[in-house]
Design a protein around this ligand. Structure first.
Ligand code: IMP
Ligand code: MG
Length: 182
């Protein structure tokens, strides 16, 4: 699978070190909010690996829920507006909520999810993304916490896919142009 990448952008060690820092920052931020519990919403499938590692670095009670969103159909760009495909199981009103996604690209997904969650009146709502592709932003949104800034390239690995492949790579790399197929 390494041969499908033109470059490794972030190694497993770099990712794990940053995830640890993010966990410490989140724990500290919750202490500042005087809460011992955080409700983490993982945007599936892309942020499953990131969320799994991140919550193990948070020194608080963590309630975990997942929400499924889709806008890509085997392409390297969104072909529809983000579709929210599942409902949350956990209650949001009055809770401190952290929304976790793999990558902030056009910003449409995070914006749609923020709107949905804000309607439920959380006590606080913050966002954490592993990657930020600032150049591609189409809507006005920034994440509260960002793991890494990356260039405008299509990346895979550590949860990120192309046509559902490469999610299991422990590192993140740029997919070769000839394999992007669109
Ligand atoms: P946005 O709504 O355009 O911000 O898109 C966010 C979603 O697009 C992410 O959760 C990813 O699933 C997907 N995405 C954006 N850029 C990439 C990429 O470079 N590789 C893989 N998936 C990506
Ligand atoms: Mg995704």
């Amino acid at each position: 699978m390494l041969r499908d990448l033109s470059e490794i952008l972030l190694t497993e060690e770099q990712i794990q070190a940053r995830v640890q820092e993010l966990g410490t920052t989140i724990t500290q931020a919750c202490e500042d909010l005087q809460t011992e519990e955080l409700t983490v919403i993982c945007v599936t499938s892309g942020s499953i690996l990131f969320t799994a590692d991140l919550i193990r670095q948070i020194q608080l009670h963590v309630r975990l829920d997942c929400i499924q969103v889709s806008s890509y159909q085997n392409k390297t760009h969104a072909v529809t507006e983000p579709q929210i495909l599942s409902k949350l199981k956990l209650d949001i009103p009055g809770r401190h909520v952290l929304l976790v996604d793999d990558i902030l690209d056009t910003g449409k997904t995070l914006k749609a999810l923020m709107k949905l969650l804000n309607k439920e009146n959380p006590a606080s709502l913050r966002t954490c993304v592993l990657l930020n592709k600032q150049e591609r932003r189409e809507v006005d949104i920034t994440a509260d916490l960002i793991g890494f800034e990356i260039p405008n390239e299509f990346v895979v690995g550590y949860g990120l896919d192309f046509a559902e492949r490469y999610r299991n790579l422990p590192y993140i790399g740029i997919l070769k142009k000839e394999l992007q197929g669109s």
